[in-house]
Design a protein around this ligand. Sequence first.
Ligand code: MRU
Length: 376
Amino acid sequence: MVEPLKWEDGAVRILDQTELPGRVVYRTCRDVGSMAEAISSLRIRGAPLIGIAAAYGVVLGVWGAEDEGELWRRLEAASERIASTRPTAVNLFWALERMRRAAEAHRGEGSDVIREALLHEASEIHREDRDRCRAIGKHGAELLPERTSVLTHCNAGALATGGIGTALAVLYVAWERSKEVRVFVDETRPLLQGARLTAWELQQAGMDVTLICDDMAGWVMSRGWVDAVVVGADRIAANGDFANKIGTYSLAVLARHHRVPFYVAAPLSTWDFSITDGSQIPIEERGPEEVTQGFGRNTAPEGVRVYNPAFDVTPAELVTAFISEKGVALPPFGEHFRRWSCGAYTSPNRGRSVRKYRTKRKLFGTQRCGLSRNGL
Ligand code: MRU
């Protein structure tokens, strides 16, 4: 299975996903700046992988610190730099908070000890994600019949995680168990994560893939060709509203209309128990050129106003079940989520830390194209 990120001798080797599927190019991030750039530009992307990258980014940030005072200054600067990259996936803030706690546990013990503790924590976050993906796959595969046709959106596979993915883990494990699985992949405008990444990843794995444009999903469902929709998530609120790649909400509405089960697969690091519902999820807006000049060619008139939210929020009522490493949650979700959250890593500071970074993010501004969020 493809490995999108690896720690190697004081640096992080990443598979540059902006080059796929044409070229398989690996790059090396040696400092926090290049790691932050890789996250912002989507060279590495997908909520769990962003969390892992954030953790290693902190390690890179403190790497050359000569004394403990310098290490703490660098830790703060690295965390702020990484927190300013992408606002929606909570895994990034979750990982930053975990790294801070790992460092705090060794305050006063010197820069070498703290740096080693940080590297250990980052590799734990990485390793745990691999195990979580496998567990998600096992729980999710139980939901699929022996012969099934599934539709997915964006890329929630090995390219987006430290393991075999979240939504795609469900399909990989079903397939390993000799279930007959056919996958429809939405191309996922505007950056084509479905066409460029998921179709590539599933093809590499030898699975039965059919690529469709996003606007074909309703027609494909109406023909009875889709038995289930399985997607990942970037942030799940305490009530089950969740953010995922733009277009997910429309798919959920279509699935409800056609009575197709709609499953959301994610590790517990994607839950944000500090927010009660989806209205509190910050939605990243990206540059207009992604819509008007996707992949180099002008596809819209010069100067046209563009709205380009990278994510949307799907209300919990449209979700058939959530799949996490802990199992499957059916509605009403609240009770399941409360049980899941008990064993999960949560920090007393976590909500505060997420809010702190969110406030900073507002100062930097997420509006890239002169539109106010409510100004359309
Ligand atoms: O903008 P991206 O490519 O980072 O968006 C990724 C998604 O929306 C994924 O579906 C989500 O992060 C889950 S990945 C396991």
